[in-house]
Design a protein around this ligand. Sequence first.
Ligand code: ZN
Length: 344
Amino acid sequence: MLALVLERQHELSMREIDLPMQVGPDDVKISLHTVGVCGSDVHYYTHGRIGNFIVKEPMVLGHEAAGTVVEVGSSVKTLKVGDRVCMEPGIPNLSSRASKLGIYNVDPSVTFWATPPVHGVLTPEVVHPAAFTYKLPDNVSFAEGAMVEPFAVGMQAAARARIAPGDVGAVIGAGPIGIMIALAALAGGCSKVLISDFSKEKLAIAGRYDGIIPVDLGQESYASAIARETGDWGADVVFEASGNPKAYSGIFDLVRPGGALVLVGLPVEPVTFDVPGAIAKEVRIETVFRYANIYDRAIALIASGKVDLKPLITGTYPFRDSIAAFERAEKALPTDVKLQILMD
Ligand SMILES: [Zn+2]
C-alpha cells in the first residue's frame, strides 16, 4: 500500500508499506477520501516525539479522516458498503475498566492512529472497528468529516467545562484547537467567548465567527479584556489551549470566583501555577485528553448548521503532494488553520 511514511525525525517519504488489511467480523474497510494534517502529525515530523511517544520505526502519519466503506465484516449491522463515514482514530479495549466506566479515551491500552508505534491513515485504505466508524449525514462533506476529529477535542473541552446557558468563556490561544473550543463552547451555551493570541492573523480568523471576541495580547492584557466583558467578575470558564507555560502566570485572574479552568494545551515542560490563587476562588480544574462518546454529537452539530468548520480549511493538497503539505504545515503560517490531503 502506498503511504506517507515518517521514516524518522525530519524524513518523510511516499512509498509502499505493508499494512494490516484483514477485515475481522466487527470491522469495516474504508477507502479514505480526506485526511487532515494535525499539529501532532507535524510535531512527530519536526521533533520525532511527543512526550513519551517516540518515533523509533517508520510510521504512517494521519489520523483525521473521512472516507467510504468498501467492505464490512460479517457481524457488522450498522454500516454498509457505500456509506460515507468518518473514523475515531483511537481504539480502546472495550473490555477494559476505563471503557466500562465510559472513559475509553484514558484506557491505558488504547491504540491511536499515527501515535508511535501505531500507523496512521495517509494511505488509500484502512481497516477499522465499525464501533468507531460514524456515518456522515448527506449534508456533511468529506472535508467536514475529516474536521470532526479536532472538533471533538473542542467538544470534549466544552463538555468537561459543564457550561451553563449564558456562560462567558475565555480561550487562551487561537490555534486550530483554540478555535474549535470556542465554537464548541458557543454551541454548548456560552453567550460569548473571548479568545486571545499574539497573532493578528489567527485572531482575525477566529473573530469572523459571531459570538467570538478576539483579544490581541500585544494590545491589552487578557485579564483587562475579560474584566471589561464581564463587569469585573471574570470568565465562567477559561480554556487553556496554547500549551505555553507562560499562560499559567496570573491565569486565575481570568476566572470568576467558583468558575472553571479547563486544561487542553500540552506544555512541553512541567509548569508551576498559583495554588493559593486557585483556592481563593475555589476554581474547578478539569483536563482534556482527546475525547470519548463525542463523535456522534459533533457530527450532529455540524449537520445542524450550528457549527461551520468549512472556513477553517485553508489549504488542500492531492495525496501525491503530501510531503509539500507537511512542509507548508511545518512553516505554521499564521493564516493557516487546517490543511487537508485528498486521497482521490
Ligand atoms: Zn488531530
